[in-house]
Write a protein that binds this ligand. Structure first.
Ligand code: HEC
Length: 278
């Protein structure tokens, strides 16, 4: 009797599994946002080193300067990079006078001689002032959206450098039919953004928008690539030093492994030699 019961339970489970296996797949509805969402396109970056492996590599100083120019002329209208100090820009190849001139274009909060809050011209030691005083002010100015600070953006998103580039080039006019009904008013369709509808108007709109002085192509692609490289530097200014330290550490360990092996041979030489003779 117990056996029959066990058999019935077993049969029930077998039938349930088979039933599940033959159910049509589309019984589970697909999420149209997930279907439309795209992953960043992977391109080659000088800071990823040979083979784009990410083990070695240095920033392309010319590219960083162009990226900074795109940030300054386009993105800074809405986004801050408030973790970067003006003097950090020396890593991009600017000299002291150039940095002073860049800093002088910005105003930072200060206290005047009467002790009243006021502003003064920034110096090399200041950080880039935030674009908005706080999130409420940002949302009030940006139609309810909050343009995030970009200092650490490439670290805050998976595959951040490629993501920023893809996002900037990712605006599409054609909204897929499955999303048309749910398209929010006043947002732009961009399948690289996690929710595919973004509140940021296309910042890089046309070739020729920013004028480069070094003869690089003045194309949307180039702008997006340059600013993504610049934001990689803001997020990790010590990337090159980190990679150098890594290589030095691996070389050191290799040499020490060699020494370790030699001393092992020496320490055991007697015993192993006797064994071989015996
Ligand atoms: C007119 C204002 C404006 C300009 C100019 C602008 N942005 Fe934005 N940006 C926004 C807003 C608003 C958001 C928030 C979008 C949202 O949450 O839907 C945003 C979000 C972002 C994000 C975050 C996306 C995410 O995954 O959360 C990145 C990265 C970004 N912007 C990069 C840039 C870069 C690079 C530039 C310059 C080339 C730029 N933005 C220029 C308004 C702007």
């Amino acid at each position: 009797m117990v056996r029959l019961g066990a058999l019935a339970v077993g049969l029930f489970f077998c039938i349930a599994v088979l039933w599940g296996a033959v159910q049509p797949r589309d019984a589970v509805p697909v999420d149209p946002v997930k279907e439309a969402h795209q992953y960043p396109e992977k391109i080659t970056w000088s800071h990823n080193g040979p083979g784009n492996l990410g083990i070695l590599g240095t920033f392309d100083r010319g590219q960083l300067q162009r990226g900074f120019q795109v940030y300054k002329e386009v993105c800074s209208a809405c986004h801050g990079i408030s973790l970067v100090a003006f003097r950090d820009l020396s890593a991009l190849g600017y000299n002291e006078a150039e940095i002073k001139a860049i800093a002088a274009e910005y105003e930072v909060p200060s206290i005047d001689e009467n002790g009243e809050p006021s502003t003064r011209k920034a110096t090399a030691a200041d950080k880039f002032p935030p674009r908005y005083a706080n999130e409420v002010a940002a949302r009030a100015a940006q139609n309810g959206a909050n343009p995030p600070d970009l200092s650490l953006m490439t670290k805050a998103r998976p595959d951040g450098t490629n993501y920023v580039r893809s996002l900037l080039l990712g605006y599409r006019d054609e909204v897929p039919a499955s999303l048309k009904a749910s398209a929010p008013e006043g947002l732009w369709y961009n399948p690289w953004f996690h929710s595919v509808f973004i509140a940021m108007p296309p910042p890089i709109a046309a070739d020729g928008q920013v004028t480069y002085t070094d003869g690089s192509p003045q194309t949307k692609d180039q702008y997006a690539e340059d600013v993504a490289a610049f934001l990689t530097w803001t997020a990790e200014p010590k990337l090159e030093a980190r990679k150098e330290t890594g290589v030095a550490a691996v070389l050191f360990l290799l040499v020490m492994t060699g020494f370790g092996f030699l001393s092992y041979r020496r320490v055991w030489a007697d015993i192993k030699g006797k064994k071989a003779k015996a």
